[in-house]
Write a protein that binds this ligand. Sequence first.
Ligand SMILES: Cc1cc2nc3c(=O)[nH]c(=O)nc-3n(C[C@H](O)[C@H](O)[C@H](O)COP(=O)(O)O)c2cc1C
Length: 225
Amino acid sequence: MQFDDVVLGRRSIRGFLKKPVPKDLIREVLALAMRAPTSLNTQPWNFHVVGGAVLDRIRAGNVQRNLAGVPDSREFRMGPPLGGVHRERQIGIAKQLFAAMGIAREDTAARQDWVLRGFRQFDAPVSIVVTYDRALQGSDIAPFDCGGVVNCLVNAAWSRGLGCVINSQGIMQSPVVRAEAGIPDDQVIQTCVAMGWPDDSFPANAVVSTRKSVDEAAVFRGFDD
Ligand SMILES: Cc1cc2nc3c(=O)[nH]c(=O)nc-3n(C[C@H](O)[C@H](O)[C@H](O)COP(=O)(O)O)c2cc1C
């Protein structure tokens, strides 16, 4: 695949085939992703690749705590609730996904089930929990570097036919993830990525999200025209 095909073709995948992903292929994808640049070449990231019974226990623990109303324990600051254009964009993608899945606005059971899918890591065969070294906690640079590598990861995976969704929901109940994945105390959990072979019959997988235009996002100064 050419670069443009990967970047323009990639989209978040939230439904997966029940087909294992070879460990060597995951290693290949990680090696590509880790070519991402980092501040001072610190490479603060670590990847905890979980599947099988370990991932099933994480799914179960996440769902159980969510249904019990255990508060979110993400290991990073969320900031204030979204408003304005950001909230509009959040609603926009939710509407696209719910329309694709045929979930009506008033169908609270189906909406709750959709939320739980996120806590179940979208039933993917693999979840990659991304952490960074706690020695770097307190600076915003290490989370920034994790963002860089995760973007490379989802695109590298796509170039090999694998689908991913970056999944903040999956690490909301961080004690479960930390315990089951055996994440040491000297690492901070940043996010996780659900990965597997895309199920083309899963309607939400066809959703193409929108982007604001370059003219809205970019300002040019000091150019002749
Ligand atoms: C930091 C981060 C966290 C995300 N968490 C979730 C999540 O918890 N659940 C989900 O369904 N999608 C999640 N996403 C996927 C975004 O919704 C998705 O990337 C966005 O809507 C754009 O769609 P696209 O990836 O198909 O281009 C997350 C993406 C990022 C970058």
